[in-house]
Design a binder for this molecule. Structure first.
Ligand code: ZN
Length: 465
């Protein structure tokens, strides 16, 4: 059987994945002179491996993510470890799972309501991922719709696969994402998913709505927020896409990442504030023209620079995440003394309407937990002094396993006036600040797929645990 080399594949990985000794693999491919030199798109021959085929009937495929382990996957899908192992006898060493590897998850009868499909005939050169892109269907949704396909790497021209129907993506994640895009997407989400509640929790300095969306109606309450910092706007499409997938899963009854979202809706009230700092995001995404009402002040604060990529603050040059009433005097002391693209704590604690909106909203709801999404660094800031220490530590370790991101405990002197510390101090409950992705802010939108793949598990666990 033939296999097309994927990006970042190595021969050792392929040998392990298909459970073929590397020597046998090389023997079947005499054209490979140097095992270290294979290239993406190259076709190689996988020798037949005999027995140990996965027991694919009554299963769904699952793509292993960074940080996954068999134990973790078993827990996530609520099946026993041994059942998962028995379903995957092709995996010789359960400690060696690779991101991108396909394994099989047993599916209980009748637990998934069948959605509608259209049929598609596979063409030469088609790949599963390419078909998913062609029909704007998430890869996992396409896999879920084709449970009978034994391995997504082996589709053949002429083969018929099922494309989930009426799957219209609302939140686009391949272009810059500003305030107006978010507002339009929220309108579309409310039309498609009328069970989402929208609430305006405050106004920005320039009068833009600070919007919160509610999903679910359980007793436990959780707050997610994004884009405290202007040049971290990619966190907004991340949580917006999450809202869409979470709502669609509730609507269709199909699980998301193995979680029964209808059950989560019943147990948990999730409130998401997708853009805490709309005025700041707007100037990073759309730039500043002389028509901007704050044009002169902005250029002065930015020292004449018309590029606002370094801008974290709100439109008055106050860093909202240094403006919370927690160690604020210290934030003032260590930061700039006047409006600045970042780190200025403001003229007084909670001086900014954006900060006030989150404070008021948090006080009204007293969330059991809060996650504030930032970029970048692939780390998760957690803890404040000894508040909710045990629960916080447990949760951050689960988040870390799911995402591959590294937990960083609070350290005195590192930063002051931030939402996470304020939240923990005020409500004595866990709060976290995951720093998504890696690179220089603003991260390019091209990093969205990688970020999404890394954090979807974290975002689900942040609700479900
Ligand atoms: Zn940030």
């Amino acid at each position: 059987m033939q296999y097309v080399i994927q990006q970042s594949d190595t021969l050792t990985q392929i040998a392990l994945r298909f459970n073929v000794p590397i020597g046998k693999l090389l023997k079947a491919n005499p054209q490979i002179k140097d095992p270290g030199k294979i290239y993406t798109g190259q076709i190689i021959e996988i020798p037949p491996k005999g027995q140990s085929a996965p027991n694919v009937s009554g299963t769904r495929q699952y793509i292993v993510k960074a940080g996954d382990s068999f134990g973790r996957i078993a827990e996530r899908f609520n099946i026993s470890y041994n059942k998962l192992l028995n379903t995957n006898p092709q995996v010789k060493n359960p400690d060696l799972l690779f991101p991108g590897q396909v394994i099989y998850i047993p599916v209980g009868p009748g637990s998934i309501r069948p959605p509608e499909y259209t049929e598609y005939v596979v063409q030469a050169e088609d790949t599963f991922a390419g078909i998913a892109r062609k029909f704007s269907v998430p890869l996992q949704a396409l896999i879920d719709a084709n449970l009978d396909i034994r391995n997504i790497n082996f589709i053949q021209p002429g083969q018929i696969i099922q494309i989930p129907k009426n799957y219209e993506e609302i939140v686009q994640t391949d272009r810059p994402y500003g305030y107006n895009t978010m507002v339009a997407d929220i309108d579309a989400l409310l039309r498609q998913f009328p069970f989402i509640e929208k609430k305006v929790i405050g106004k920005s300095v320039m009068g833009r709505d600070i919007i919160a969306l509610r999903l679910g109606e359980g007793a436990k309450t959780i707050q997610y927020n994004a884009a405290h910092h202007a040049n971290e706007w990619i966190t907004t499409p991340v949580v917006m896409k999450f809202i869409e997938e979470y709502a669609r899963s509730y609507q269709t009854g199909k699980p998301l990442g193995g979680f029964d979202i209808r059950k989560l809706f019943n147990d948990i009230t999730l409130w998401i504030v997708p853009m805490v700092n709309p005025d700041g995001v707007d100037i990073v995404v759309n730039g500043v023209t002389p028509q901007h009402p704050y044009y002169k002040e902005l250029l002065r604060i930015n020292r004449g620079n018309t590029n606002f990529n370094n801008w974290r603050a709100n439109i008055r040059g106050v860093d909202i995440n240094r403006n919370y009433p927690i160690d604020w005097e210290k934030a003032r002391e260590v930061g700039p003394k006047s409006p600045s693209p970042g780190y200025y704590a403001g003229p007084a604690p909670a001086s900014e309407p954006e900060t006030q909106a989150i404070i008021k909203f948090s006080g009204e709801n007293k969330f059991d937990r809060a996650l504030a999404f930032h970029t970048q660094g692939k780390v998760i800031f957690w803890g404040y002094k000894d508040i909710a220490e045990k629960e916080s530590r447990y949760l951050v370790n689960r988040f870390s396993e799911a995402s591959g991101y590294r937990p960083i405990p609070y350290e005195e002197g590192a930063y002051y006036g931030g939402f996470k510390e304020w939240y923990m101090d005020k409500f004595r409950r866990p709060a976290f600040a995951p720093e998504l992705g890696e690179g220089t802010n603003p991260l390019p939108i091209s990093q969205f797929p990688e970020i999404w793949n890394d954090v979807i598990g974290l975002m689900l666990l942040g609700i479900a645990l």
